[in-house]
Design a protein around this ligand. Structure first.
Ligand SMILES: Nc1ncnc2c1ncn2[C@@H]1O[C@H](COP(=O)(O)OP(=O)(O)O)[C@@H](O)[C@H]1O
Ligand SMILES: [Mg+2]
Length: 319
């Protein structure tokens, strides 16, 4: 299996003014040393609560914004060092699906044009072949021919997301990044769209990064799971390792919360995140030393965690 994407030590810092009148700025480490490897045909599920840096990671990989450090290799090319001309042809090989298909589709365009335009623009088919190709794509995303003349407002959220997914398939991408693609849909529709992603996974070699705050969604589509907390990867591994044998206290909390069991420690306002484990203020299993040093991500290829073994996390080194 060929490698599609390799992200190494990605950094992204935002400076935000404390208030309109203030000159003081807060520094937000949206990404602190995030790495991942993704092979053809594989899906990595990225989980973590709101603000953990999932969308920032997606935007940096897609070069919608420039990271402050680290490297991104896509289809063997160094994305951050590539001349503009070469970037253009690579860019169509990566596609994004957003949470809200209504805002990602042009309200004045019929489904036919939404799908036909990228096909013609990238010269994937000619004028004669376009109709057949549009129909084929619609069929692949579970929409019948009658949809070609519909506008976004004439469709349901799930149907709109199918159109957005169809459009992303037009350029024969090597990578699809789906950022919370079912979060805005009714629960009853979510599983249909999740199944569509599974279908695409079965039928194609497309690699996927599937971002969701919902563990139950990620569980179905992913081969590997990456758990993020405040811009860092706290646990990563195969789906079974992470779900059946979670080692990091944060992952355990997320899994329990998904089952409906909540537990939360009081936040500790005086804590300095640049010095210790970012999860320290909420950790059920913290020890004194977790306050003063930042745990590194260590373990085997199948399972890594960033947690001191004497604290919550059993070592992920085993086997
Ligand atoms: N454009 C921006 N300017 C300032 N801060 C931002 C910006 N985008 C994201 N952030 C901050 O970066 C952190 C990560 O955000 P984000 O990547 O959106 O997380 P997630 O997608 O996991 O919810 C948050 O603290 C967020 O407030
Ligand atoms: Mg997000």
């Amino acid at each position: 299996m060929g490698q599609v994407l390799a992200v190494l030590d990605l950094q992204r810092v935002y400076e935000v003014k404390r208030s309109v009148f203030s000159v003081k700025k807060d520094i937000i480490h949206a990404l602190s040393g995030v790495s991942l490897d993704l092979d053809q045909g594989k899906t990595i599920g990225i989980v973590g609560e709101s603000g953990s840096g999932k969308s920032t990671l997606a935007r940096c990989i897609l070069l919608l914004e420039r990271p402050d450090g680290g490297t991104i290799s896509f289809m063997g090319k160094d994305l951050l060092g590539l001349p503009k001309g070469e970037l253009k042809s690579l860019r169509k090989k990566m596609q994004i699906i957003f949470q809200d298909p209504y805002s990602s589709l042009n309200p004045r365009k019929k489904v036919f044009d939404t799908i036909a335009e990228p096909l013609l623009f990238h010269e994937i088919v000619d004028r004669k072949g376009v109709k057949g190709k549009v129909m084929e794509i619609l069929k692949n995303v579970g929409l019948d021919e009658g949809f070609v003349n519909k506008y976004p407002h004439e469709m349901s959220g799930g149907q709109r997301q199918r159109v957005a997914i169809g459009r992303s398939l037009t350029t024969d991408p090597a990578l699809i990044i789906a950022d919370e693609p079912v979060s805005s849909l009714d629960v009853s529709i979510q599983s249909q769209i999740v199944n569509l992603f599974l279908d695409i996974k079965d039928r194609t070699d497309i690699a996927m990064l599937f971002v969701s705050h919902d563990l139950n969604v990620v569980r179905f589509v992913s081969d590997e799971i990456m758990v993020m907390y405040k811009g860092r990867v706290v646990e990563t591994g195969t789906k079974d390792e992470v779900f059946l044998n979670p080692l990091h206290p944060y992952t355990k909390m997320l899994i329990n919360a998904a089952k409906g069991e909540f537990s939360r420690r009081e936040e500790d306002a005086a804590f300095d995140e640049s010095k210790g484990c970012a999860y320290y203020p909420r950790c059920e299993q913290r020890k004194a030393h977790c306050r003063d040093s930042i745990p590194r991500l260590t373990g085997s290829k199948e399972h890594k965690i960033a947690c001191f073994p004497e604290s919550g996390g059993k070592s992920a080194h085993s086997s």
